[in-house]
Design a protein around this ligand. Structure first.
Ligand SMILES: *Cc1c(COP(=O)(O)O)cnc(C)c1O
Length: 354
């Protein structure tokens, strides 16, 4: 770091993104990307005319995109705000609503801790119960920003919307932010609750279930007043935060509901098949409502399995913290990718036993 870097920033640990190594071709099962391309409608939408229009700034309000989202999710446009990925919206939320501190689970999306540090928000870490269970009783009466990934990452476990509704009811003086990055893979969304509570905000992303991680698109949904808070921060940091290409692509993706359902169902099916195979090999696999599996085997540590798979050209994710070090997180890819993963695991486990 240079001597010019402010002390406030030089001291904290930034988020470590999943590795994107260039040394060889890997089967990438480490960042929860989709194995499938975006809808063909996205390609059609990004036509030559759209390329010519790149000389123009994008609509800072994302008007057409929000109108489409409102239609698809049965909301009002003023209950929506779009972001450059949902990570950006999470950052705005910590800035807007973190003045009384922020509560989140000890095992959850690593970015929450980083955002709390970055924005000088006091972190209140709530340990998950046995089996990584998030108990709603641990979140009542906290009256500060509460951030819950539902389903949670990297565990894959999901809460019911009524549990999040209870948390919102019992924290009248704090915003409850529900990060639904994985909700399309079989969990229940809190979007139908939007507007019923003045302190409930839901964030979703196009990165996972809509195969648009590279386009960087997310949205927040909540009462118009909360959206105005986020918009104020967006307009201070990056008014044109969502590119023209991304707005167009996002709308086209929303217009192809059939493709979306087909892909998310295929991934859920592959997930269940893979979980069954891993269980048959002696793994303990948490019941996942996401596009990843969180699993451990009594015969090998998480770090060792991660390394052995990497040597075989399969990348998974390992989190070295005490509670997660025995596990690996495996993104659910295509059937062929999962067959390669299972072959690798079989060979590694066979080698250990021999
Ligand atoms: C992937 C992910 C995000 C971020 O998604 P982007 O929209 O790509 O920024 C947010 N929250 C969780 C829990 C995620 O896993």
């Amino acid at each position: 770091m240079s001597r010019f870097m402010g002390a406030r920033y030089s001291l904290f640990d930034a988020y470590t993104p999943g590795e994107q190594p260039q040394d060889r071709q890997y089967i990438k099962l480490n960042t929860n990307e989709s194995p499938y391309p975006p809808s063909p409608k996205v390609r059609q939408a990004l036509d030559a005319g759209e390329i010519e229009d790149q000389r123009l700034y994008p609509d800072p309000e994302c008007t057409a995109l929000r109108a489409k989202l409102a239609q698809v999710y049965d909301l009002q446009p003023d209950q929506l705000l779009c972001g450059n990925g949902s990570d950006e919206l999470l950052s705005f939320a910590f800035m807007a609503w973190g003045s009384r501190g922020a509560a989140f689970a000890d095992v959850s999306y690593g970015l929450y801790r980083v955002l709390a540090d970055l924005h000088q928000v006091k972190a209140h870490i709530v340990p998950l119960r046995e089996g990584f269970v998030l108990d709603d009783r641990d979140y009542l009466g906290l009256n500060r920003l509460i951030v819950i990934a539902n389903p949670n990452a990297p565990t894959g476990l999901a809460l019911k919307p009524r549990q999040l509704a209870l948390i919102a009811e019992q924290n009248p003086d704090g915003v409850v932010l529900v990060d639904e990055a994985y909700v399309d893979f079989g969990a229940e969304s809190c979007l139908p609750l939007v507007g019923r509570y003045d302190n409930l905000c839901v964030v979703q992303t196009f990165s996972k279930s809509r195969s648009l991680a590279g386009a960087r698109l997310g949205f927040a949904a909540g009462p118009a007043e909360l959206m105005r808070d986020l918009k104020k921060i967006k307009n201070a940091i990056n008014p044109y935060n969502v590119s023209r290409l991304t707005q167009r692509g996002g709308i086209a993706s929303l217009e192809d509901a059939d493709y979306f359902l087909l892909n998310t169902r295929a991934i859920m099916q592959t997930r269940e098949n893979t979980a069954r195979s891993l269980t048959a090999m002696g793994f303990e696999v948490l019941p996942s409502r996401t596009n990843f599996l969180f699993a451990r085997h009594p015969g090998i540590g998480g770090a060792a399995l991660y390394m052995a798979l990497k040597k075989r050209g399969v990348l998974v994710r390992h989190f070295g913290a005490e509670r997660t070090k025995d596990y690996v997180r495996i993104t659910v890819g295509s059937q062929e990718q999962m067959a390669a993963l299972l072959d690798g695991v079989r060979a590694i486990m066979g080698g250990i036993r021999a």
